[in-house]
Design a protein around this ligand. Structure first.
Ligand SMILES: [Fe+2]
Ligand SMILES: [Fe+2]
Length: 240
């Protein structure tokens, strides 16, 4: 990347940070930077990655997040709107049509739920990095943001099959949550997070994902213990 392009990246960071003002702490500019850093890490293990496309796609992937969050019609999809905004921004910086097209493809497929599966290596890396950000220590922090937002319990000790039947649409683990207040971080872990690594595209992404899941699992086990007055350990001082 030429010096000029480095400066452009810095300019685009500023634009994105401004656009994302007011988004919730799970999806703010810090999320964008975590995803950006993860993209660069994953790219080291992959071949033929266009780093320029990857960096710009990572920076711009959630640029329309606040537009979706504050949209009262419920029709705005931030991946589609974001691709449009990215095109406008990148055109101003004189990127070629071909580069812009590649970057837009990455942005559109980062939220793959149906038709737009990530196809290029850059799109796959962005997808993986974005999903890795919902697990690990970061994922734990993010789930507790939801606890505050939706007035959930910090932990619910309930049979997982019973819970799925009761509060997830169609009684399926990947079904939409019916009542957000009845959800909790450990239930999100059991129904969703655990399955993230297998959905990732890159080998290193899957590995990073499994390591993050291990960490989360320990956290939720410990949380459950603490709620029950454990863990037991040898008390160092005598109090009585
Ligand atoms: Fe997104
Ligand atoms: Fe994202």
């Amino acid at each position: 990347m030429t010096m000029k392009n480095k400066e452009i990246v810095e300019e685009i960071k500023k634009i994105v940070e401004k656009e994302m003002e007011g988004t919730d702490p799970s999806h703010d500019f810090l999320h964008v930077m975590r995803v950006y850093n993860l993209c660069l890490k994953i790219a080291k293990y992959e071949q033929n990655v266009d780093l320029e496309v990857l960096k710009l796609a990572a920076l711009l992937h959630d640029v329309a997040r606040s537009k979706e969050d504050f949209d009262e019609t419920g029709k705005i999809r931030h991946e589609m709107e974001g691709a449009k905004m990215a095109e406008e921004i990148l055109t101003k910086f004189n990127f070629s049509k071909e580069k812009i097209k590649k970057i837009k493809e990455c942005i559109i497929s980062h939220r793959f739920r149906g038709n737009d599966e990530p196809k290029t290596i850059e799109a796959k890396i962005l997808f993986d990095a974005d999903k890795l950000d919902v697990i690990g220590a970061t994922g734990i922090a993010r789930t507790f943001i939801s606890v505050g937002m939706y007035k959930q319990k910090i932990h619910r000790d309930i049979d997982i099959n019973e819970y799925v039947k009761e509060n997830l649409e169609g009684g399926r683990k990947n079904g939409r949550i019916i009542n957000l207040r009845k959800h909790s971080p450990n239930l999100e872990f059991e129904t969703k997070f655990k399955y993230i690594p297998e959905k990732l595209y890159t080998k290193i992404g899957k590995e990073l994902g499994l390591e993050r899941i291990e960490y989360m699992k320990k956290f939720f086990e410990r949380l459950k213990k603490e709620i029950n007055g454990e863990p037991n350990f040898k008390v160092r001082h005598s109090y009585f």
